[in-house]
Design a protein around this ligand. Structure first.
Ligand code: AMP
Ligand code: MG
Length: 961
């Protein structure tokens, strides 16, 4: 059986058919009284049915396309009498006008002409001489080749017959027929009639079959007459109202969607236990629904979970043969119903089933309008990257008959994977005697087989949960398999453990300074001014003593507002050494914003420089590190003796997130020290490294640059503003200074990579590692980097909210050992040392690999909370469900992510953006947050960046309309 979407069976057993009729009556849905096809008066030409006409147009657009060829292959075991076969086929052609139809064009319009006679021509291919191992492959090749040969609709014939001889007692009988005269149901008719006729002819009897009462052309003529005026209006109105504003289903994909839909596909089949099928049938009966409805409702729930959408549209074929005389015909009757259901409001499954039942019954009552016509009327212009109206097809199929015995022959259907997919997914369920069989045809441009296989397993898990209790609300159904649960909760969630030498980075720094007092600790890139480890340690000790006397101690906040300078490094280290926590106040930030932070944090002291003092007037005690140095210099040079523990605060950084006013994130020493020690290992930082200090002290990326370097004896190089005037200049200075590690905001790295790709520039020899992070990395830039950067440079993508201390996940994108796929989105890797990650749904249940959920982060890096915001702290730092540690929390990031099959995490966007939005309003403002994630948003963002070129302070806010 080839393209399952054409099977046209609603898959109803007689009992179900009876139930359906009853349900339709109960709903007051009467099938139109005049909806009966009668034989037409004889003529030479007939109209095409609506479906045939659409297909004819499709053929005009794509002449030579074989997309609508339907290959039917029967394996015949036993002594085949080819002469009898040929006579039987002739009899079939005689009985069914449709197989003699041609569609020539007359005055610009197609007409249907029935040829009075057609001689059956069966071609013959003998491959029995081939090596046994090669025979099956060759047979498939012949079938596929035949299926790929186009038909000429005007000239006909629209079928081809072939017998492939595999051996003396084994043949394949292949009939390839164009869809314009055939459908899935027709295949059953054809095989059934062939069997009876062959048997009769083989025994010398005439055909036992009665003449068909109708022909397809009767149906076409009737449809043209009937489906107009009021009937047409009524049907159209129904669909117009049903399908108003249908959304596009956005399943998470493995590969980027081509801009024009390509129908390359493949299929796989899985079996669910027979018992599950029985339970679902029983459930359907209890709920006054059909099995189709129950399966469809569950399938819609699965799609809702995968897409995050709650308005789910699925297509389903309907045989469209509601008259007994029509059931016996060969021809193109099958129609497609568009079944749209809202899953809004977290109803119970039972309620959802009710919704699906109503929608299905409504669709049955309005099934006469051909789908193609609906598309034409309701969606004249559309996005060519999707199939129109719906992207996923669902079918409950009649069970394919098993082997059939005819006149000493055994017939069985040959499964043909015709390697096409008319939709993103087509799921066909059939009830086999031993199992519930699920065949999924999928578009290989979009999905990997493993993804589809997982999805099929999730469908089973969901069906089992539903069969066990249909009364739960949709949110309560989990479809994680037990194996996946172990994988995501116990394995992928855990970053490696880190040996923590000390809980405080300033002590680790002091220890390093004692080891290498004369080594250079920090240099100003532009001027070459520098401090040795010994000098930096001594000065920060002195300032720490001084701060102690200003009242600084554990958990005291100290504002630090200084330009990027040697003093700044002395300043932050001294705050830590005094036991306090620093609150960065970047002097280049707008005064109002700094004032907001000061008002909220109420620091005990402000640490600044003389030239800034006049502009920064916050009315708090101020220490001018340069002006007051003669006094500070009187302080002892030895360490301050104060008990600081891992739970004390190291810094408070203000973030505003995407909304709301700035809030202070309280970072603990333990988190900072653990991260710094992990980073030293992960990035192999040593005394030989020169690390660029790029980020503003107001971003925690600065802490990533400073501490791992200074606790391992490396040299920190302070960036100047001129340095980033152009990529060319930047790279030259990096080269001159001999930087080994670049830690860059992803946005800046994007620019740099574009410049590298444009040519003429190269990554300096000294650079061995590039760390990016802060926002979504663009796949095309990663690809460009791989093409243009030295292959031995490691490029790592880091992800982390300020609330979890700098970095929570990391993955390598390029360089030796890079293992992250770059496809639809760039991966953000796995949890870093000491971190834990959980991807959860709205009910705090883990989601399986492949399915989007919200990222929650736990572990040693978790902030103590938001300063003076207990409400917000409780809201964002929730109880850790999988930790025994008392009071353990998880930070709720608001980021939408999913697991790739190998456990790496893919960043998808913000949870709030999950509802796809069509238009955007752009506002310009100060840099606050990065711009994510939806392709449309990125386009808008790029536009806006160009608008504000020249002023680096401005960036676009992209606000959904
Ligand atoms: P912040 O608190 O300023 O560090 O911002 C953290 C947010 O930036 C995260 O919650 C993400 O939304 C985004 N983000 C940070 N790093 C990345 C990354 N590598 N890829 C994608 N988004 C990122
Ligand atoms: Mg961050």
């Amino acid at each position: 059986m080839n393209s399952t979407d054409d099977l046209g069976a609603e898959g109803l057993s007689p009992e179900e058919l009876e139930l359906l009729t009853y349900l339709l009556e109960e709903e007051g849905i009467a099938v139109a009284a005049n909806a009966r096809v009668v034989p037409r008066a004889a003529r030479e030409e007939y109209p095409l049915s609506f479906s045939q006409q659409r297909m004819w147009f499709v053929d005009q657009w794509e002449p030579g396309s074989a997309a609508y060829n339907i290959p039917n292959a029967l394996r015949v075991r036993g002594k085949l009498d080819v002469a009898v076969l040929e006579r039987s086929l002739a009899e079939i052609l005689r009985r069914h006008e449709s197989l003699r139809a041609t569609f020539p064009e007359v005055n610009g319009r197609p007409v249907q002409v029935i040829q009075p006679e057609l001689t059956p021509l069966i071609t013959w291919a003998d491959i029995s001489h081939m090596a046994p191992a090669a025979i099956e492959d060759e047979a498939i090749r012949l079938i596929t080749a035949d299926a790929a040969r186009p038909f000429d609709l005007a000239a006909g014939p629209l079928w081809r017959a072939q017998v492939i001889r595999l051996g003396p007692e084994e043949h394949i009988f292949l009939l390839t027929i164009h869809h314009i005269v055939f459908d899935g149901w027709s295949m059953g008719v054809l095989i059934g009639e062939m069997a009876q006729i062959y048997e009769a002819f083989a025994q010398g009897r005439p055909s036992p079959l009665a003449e068909p009462a109708l022909q397809y052309a009767d149906f076409a003529a009737w449809q043209r007459e009937w489906l107009q005026g009021e009937v047409l209006t009524e049907q159209l109105d129904y669909w117009r109202q049903q399908l108003e504003g249908v959304p596009v289903l956005q399943l998470p994909l493995d590969h980027p969607r081509p801009s024009v839909y390509k129908s390359r596909g493949s299929a796989l089949t899985v079996e669910y236990p027979k018992q599950l099928g029985e339970q679902l049938s029983a459930l359907s009966q209890r709920e006054g629904a059909t099995l189709f409805m129950t399966l469809l409702a569950a399938f819609k729930l699965l799609l809702a979970r995968y897409s995050g959408q709650d308005d789910i549209v699925v297509g389903s074929p309907i045989a469209n043969r509601d008259q007994p005389e029509i059931e016996e015909l060969i021809g193109y009757f099958v129609n497609t119903l568009v079944l749209r259901t809202s899953l809004e409001g977290n109803p119970t499954f039972r309620d959802l089933l009710g919704r699906v039942r109503d929608v299905t019954l409504g669709a049955y009552a309005h099934q006469n309008i051909p789908f193609e016509q609906l598309v034409q009327v309701l969606r004249p212009d559309r996005d060519m990257s999707y199939s129109p109206m719906f992207q996923v097809m669902f079918i409950l199929q009649n069970a394919p008959g098993g082997d059939e015995q005819v006149q000493g022959l055994t017939l069985s259907v040959v499964e043909i994977d015709n390697q096409t997919a008319k939709f993103d997914l087509t799921v066909a369920v059939s009830e086999l005697p031993h199992a519930l069989c699920v065949r999924v045809e999928y578009n290989t441009e979009l999905f990997e087989e493993a993804t589809v296989r997982r999805m099929a397993a999730h469908f089973q898990a969901l069906l089992e949960a539903i069969a066990a209790d249909p009364g739960r609300t949709l949110g309560e159904y989990s479809f994680l398999t037990p194996a996946e649960r172990t994988l995501v909760l116990d394995q992928w969630s855990q970053g490696e453990s880190v040996t923590v030498v000390d809980d405080c980075v300033h002590r680790l720094f002091a220890a390093q300074a004692a080891r290498t007092p004369d080594a250079c600790a920090v240099t100003v890139g532009a001027t070459g001014e520098s401090l040795t480890y010994g000098e930096l340690d001594r000065r920060s000790n002195q300032l720490a003593h001084y701060l102690r006397r200003q009242g600084v101690g554990p958990d005291t906040l100290v504002g630090v507002s200084m330009e990027r300078s040697l003093d700044l490094l002395v300043g932050v280290l001294s705050v830590l050494k005094a036991g306090g926590a620093y609150v960065p106040l970047d002097p280049t930030y707008p005064a109002e914003r700094l004032q907001l932070i000061v008002n909220d944090a109420r620091p005990t002291v402000l640490l600044t420089q003389e030239r800034l003092q006049s502009v920064l007037d916050f009315g708090i005690p101020t220490v001018c590190i340069d002006a007051q140095w003669p006094v500070i210099n009187q302080e002892p040079a030895g360490p301050v003796n104060i008990a600081v523990t891992g739970d004390h605060l190291a810094y408070v950084i203000y973030t505003s997130g995407s909304t709301g006013k700035p809030k202070g994130v309280m970072i603990r020493h333990a988190g900072l020290a653990t991260y710094a020690q992990w980073a030293c290992q992960a990035y192999s930082i040593s005394a030989a490294d020169r690390v660029l200090q790029f980020a503003s002290i107001s971003f925690d990326a600065s802490a990533e640059e400073i501490y791992p370097c200074l606790i391992r004896g490396g040299q920190l190089v302070l960036r100047s503003d001129e340095m980033i005037e152009s990529p060319d200049r930047f790279l030259r200075l990096v080269d001159q200074v001999g930087i080994t590690i670049l830690d860059l905001p992803t946005a800046y790295w994007h620019e740099l990579t574009a410049a590298l790709a444009a040519g003429g520039l190269a990554v300096p020899e000294s650079v061995r590692l590039v760390i990016i992070g802060g926002e979504r990395a663009l796949p095309d830039r990663v690809a460009a980097w791989r093409d243009h950067a030295r292959p031995d440079v490691r490029l790592v993508n880091t992800y982390g909210p300020t609330e979890t201390t700098i970095v929570a996940t990391m993955g390598q994108l390029a360089g030796p050992g890079a293992n992250l796929p770059v496809d639809t989105e760039v991966s953000i890797g796995r949890p870093v040392g000491g971190a834990q990650v959980y991807i959860l749904d709205g009910n705090m249940e883990p989601v399986p690999p492949g399915v989007p959920g919200e990222l929650y982060i736990g572990g040693s890096g978790l902030a103590r909370g938001y300063l003076h915001r207990p409400d917000l702290t409780v809201e964002r730092f929730v109880s850790h469900l999988w930790s025994d540690a008392p009071g353990a929390r998880l930070y709720r990031t608001g980021d939408l992510v999913r697991y790739l099959p190998d456990g790496n995490i893919q960043f998808l966007g913000r949870v709030d953006d999950q509802v796809k939005i069509r238009g955007f309003r752009i506002e310009l403002g100060e840099i606050e947050t990065t711009l994510h994630h939806h392709p449309g948003v990125l386009e808008a963002a790029v536009l806006a960046r160009e608008d504000v070129a020249g002023d680096r302070k401005l960036v676009a806010y992209v606000v959904p309309k």
